[in-house]
Design a protein around this ligand. Structure first.
Ligand code: ADP
Ligand code: MG
Length: 536
């Protein structure tokens, strides 16, 4: 084919592809615009995971009627004037691309009024075609309706994940900005239900509570440090409050949520020796520095930044985190980490300091990986010879004598296997379940509660009775007999955490996976002294 310049319409759709990847990208750009406009109140509503409708209202300064048509044009911005400005960006937006991009892949209506204007103005954009400006009464601020996202780019639609996942991305986007701007009141409503609501009173801990529940927010430690012109503030969890993935770690640079592995690495170094292998803290860390020391123009969605002096930032984070951890939580003596709990089969949760600080090696060695249901749904029927029990050593291994010699049995792995086989035998029939004397309330972040909702019926089959109890709260009424000794709230949290690890819907194998996880959590751990009966 000969070389030709692409028609504007196609060029802008290509450009839009960089910025608008999924419904959450639209939410992100429009929320950023509202924040840049000085809004005190930002309300976001979505339908069908943002694909049918994204509606965002703000009470910011508004767009003057005579600039509205310009606002939806590519490279039109009020935030940047010269190339030098690019190296001292103090706003979240600066490229003048978002409105044009969103307008080229949806049907978008903008209504806005500035202070002092006697009427507002409205503009409709459909697939990049800009309509007539209309005068209309409107409150001060801006309201944008984005409907039928990607209606003209069906290929893009196909790349979207399940509604559940897309909603979760929207939840996370709003959550991030709510944390970064605690003095702004945010409301997020998805499918008619409030998913997140903040008061705008500036209290980050309250927002943490709205997201992760009071229990977790209460334990968060405050970071406040200043090194030269680099400020590091935020909330981090003590080493005893961890998760199995990095998803609760978020960095913000000058109010902008960013993804950056080296920042996470600096954070984890700050935790050095205070975390078990494979465990990650909760952390919301805000880095503030002069805007000319950080380049924000390196990524189409502005999700990455480049520091002029990376090492300095890295060190500042590491030291700030370390200092906060040491100030609040003196390192426990080794003795208390391996406390013996004779006869106790309670589930040691990572949410309770000084309990369940179990041998990291045993925790991370996952015996089910080799024998697990994924590879071989039919468990091998290897017969164990008759063994004579000799005893327990190091509160971690059982010693037995068999026909061919000495057996050293990992008590955690062995118990897990026993529970797993027992559970599998029950599966299909009614799994024995124990009603709790008092139902327990579990609060979850909006994103996690969506995951849990998806899995309620599977959990039910496994002997859990869990029901929704208000927004992002669940009532646990019964747990499988196997988990009777375990803190029910912790059990649910652990399972949800495991669901989070998996992006793909599990289905089919789900039940077995859940069983495997439940058993892993319920099995006795290293460090537990067992009675002779239990050893047998
Ligand atoms: P950018 O944010 O990079 O400038 P956008 O395409 O997102 O580019 O927006 C274009 C312009 O429209 C902005 O520079 C701003 O002047 C105006 N604008 C967009 N959204 C709002 C809003 N919610 N309130 C006030 N002005 C807005
Ligand atoms: Mg913008």
């Amino acid at each position: 084919m000969p070389i030709e310049i692409l028609p504007d319409e196609i060029a802008s759709q290509i450009a839009a592809g960089e910025v608008v990847e999924r419904p959450a990208s639209v939410v992100k750009e429009l929320v950023e615009n509202a924040i840049d406009a000085g809004a005190q109140n930002i309300e976001v509503r979505t339908l069908e995971a943002g694909q049918q409708l994204i509606n965002i209202r703000d009470d910011g300064q508004g767009i003057p009627a005579d600039e509205l048509q310009l606002a939806v044009t590519r490279h039109a911005t009020s935030k940047l004037r010269s190339a030098e400005d690019l190296f001292r960006v103090n706003t979240l937006g600066f490229r003048g691309e978002a409105l044009a991009s969103i307008g080229s892949v949806s049907r978008m209506t903008i209504t806005s009024r500035v202070e002092g204007a006697d009427s507002g103005a409205q503009l409709h954009v459909e697939g990049g075609i800009v309509g007539q400006l209309e005068r209309i009464g409107a409150p001060r601020g801006t309201e944008i309706l984005v409907s039928d996202l990607f209606y003209n780019v069906p290929a893009r639609r196909k790349f979207l994940k399940s509604d559940q996942t897309e909603r979760r991305h929207i939840d996370e986007t709003l959550t991030n900005y709510a944390l970064a701007y605690p003095q702004i009141r945010f409301v997020l409503e998805q499918e008619g239900k409030i998913a997140l609501q903040t008061t705008g009173n500036g209290e980050r801990k309250e927002i943490m509570a709205a997201i992760y529940g009071f229990d977790i927010a209460r334990q968060m430690l405050e970071v406040i440090a200043q090194e030269g012109d680099i400020g590091v503030t935020g909330l981090i969890s003590p080493g005893s409050l961890t998760r199995s993935n990095r998803r609760a770690i978020q960095f913000f640079v000058n109010g902008r949520p960013v993804q950056d592995y080296s920042l996470t690495a600096a954070l984890l170094q700050g935790y050095h020796t205070l975390l078990m292998t494979g465990r990650y803290p909760f952390a919301q860390v805000f880095i503030d520095m002069p805007s000319d020391r950080v380049d924000v123009n390196v990524h189409p969605t502005k999700a990455e930044v480049r520091f002029r002096d990376r090492d300095e930032v890295f060190m500042a984070i590491q030291r700030a985190i370390r200092r906060a951890l040491l100030a609040y939580s003196p390192i426990p003596e080794l003795r208390s980490q391996y406390q013996w709990q004779p006869g106790e089969h309670n589930f040691p949760t990572t949410w309770e300091p000084n309990r369940g600080q179990i041998n990291p090696e045993v925790e991370s060695a996952d015996p089910l990986v080799s024998i697990g249901p994924q590879e071989s749904p039919e468990l091998p029927h290897t017969r164990m010879p008759v063994l004579r029990l000799v005893g327990q050593i190091a509160a971690a291994y059982l010693i037995a004598e068999g026909p061919d010699g000495l057996y050293l049995i990992d008590q955690h792995a062995a118990h897990e296997r026993v529970l797993f086989e027992r559970f599998l035998r029950q599966a299909g029939d009614q799994v024995a379940s124990q009603r709790l004397l008092e139902p327990v309330v579990v609060e979850l972040p909006p994103a996690s509660s969506r995951l849990l909702e998806q899995q309620l019926s599977v959990l039910h089959q496994l002997g859990f009775a869990v029901e929704a109890f208000g927004r992002n709260s669940y009532l646990v009424r019964a747990v499988p007999n196997l988990l009777a000794g375990m803190d029910p709230a912790a059990a649910i949290r652990v399972l949800v955490e495991d669901f989070e690890e998996d992006e793909t819907p599990l289905q089919g194998k789900l039940e077995e996976k859940v069983i495997a996880r439940v058993c892993k959590r319920a099995a006795v751990k290293a460090g537990q002294v067992l009675s002779e009966q239990e050893q047998k």
